[in-house]
Design a protein around this ligand. Structure first.
Ligand SMILES: N[C@@H](CCC(=O)N[C@@H](CS)C(=O)NCC(=O)O)C(=O)O
Length: 248
């Protein structure tokens, strides 16, 4: 099987797709793209979407972590990413959709807002990536990319403050799904991988890690995605983090 996965360093759904391919035992070539510029590259390569992860699989082109999960289950059914039992599948798909549409976007906004405050952390996300230019050059010239990513993702302060206020509720929801057995089984399902990658990206922020790591959601994230490069030193205003205080 010939597989090429397009990712952005630090992209959480890209990590979801990487872990899916690893769990399926499918070897793949990874192509690292710069954020924002990735859009033009994927358009030029005629992918169906302009986001990462995008995957070429024996000539077929796919965009989206959920689309990739389904195609991988189709071509290589074991281990299953989505349960065969209809009721279990519906529960996993609901958690996966929430993980994609709610948690993934919130964590992306929080991250870009933090990066806007101090770009030096970008270096840590690029560990092991091949961007085609030296990482120091990429970091030094990243200001327009960071500004564009903040705009495109609506990572403004008011939205990110609301995201942080919602985070304790998100974490409780994940803990509940673990308790119910929707998440946390072995091997991990598509929802585990979707949600764990967002939690791992959130845990790269020193501001957020203490609120996540000691609870079932954090333990799940570390188990499902053992390695996730990146580290953001404390940077968010204390008032933004107030809703997380009672969590620590
Ligand atoms: N929710 C989709 C979209 C993923 C997504 O938005 N990826 C971001 C990186 S985390 C991206 O490609 N951003 C570049 C851009 O939008 O220009 C998925 O899970 O595949």
């Amino acid at each position: 099987m010939d597989a090429t996965l397009y990712v952005i360093p630090g992209s959480h759904p890209s990590m979801t797709a990487r872990r899916m391919l690893e769990l399926k035992g499918i070897p793949y070539r990874r192509v690292d793209l710069m954020p924002v510029i990735s859009r033009g590259v994927l358009t030029a390569l005629r992918y169906p979407g302009r986001t990462v992860p995008s995957l070429a699989l024996d000539g077929r082109k796919l965009t989206g972590s959920r689309e990739i999960a389904r195609e991988l289950d189709r071509i290589s059914p074991e281990p299953r990413l989505l349960p065969a039992d209809p009721e279990a599948r519906a529960a996993v798909e609901a958690a996966e959709t929430w993980g994609d549409e709610v948690l993934q976007s919130a964590v992306r906004r929080i991250l870009w807002n933090a990066v806007k405050r101090d770009r030096s952390c970008l270096r840590s996300f690029a560990e092991g990536a091949r961007l085609g230019i030296p990482i120091e050059v990429a970091v030094r010239t990243a200001a327009p990319i960071v500004a564009a990513a903040n705009r495109m993702n609506h990572a403004d302060d008011a939205t990110v403050q609301a995201d942080l206020a919602a985070l304790p509720g998100h974490l409780q929801r994940i803990d509940d799904w673990i308790e119910e057995g929707v998440l946390g089984g072995e091997p991990p399902n598509a929802a585990d991988l979707q949600i764990a990658a967002s939690l791992r990206l959130a845990m790269t922020l020193d501001d957020l890690r203490p609120a996540i790591e000691g609870r079932p959601a954090g333990e799940l994230a570390l188990r499902v995605i053992p390695v996730f490069p990146g580290r953001v030193a404390p940077i968010l205003p204390a008032s933004f983090l107030e809703p997380l205080r009672s969590q620590n």
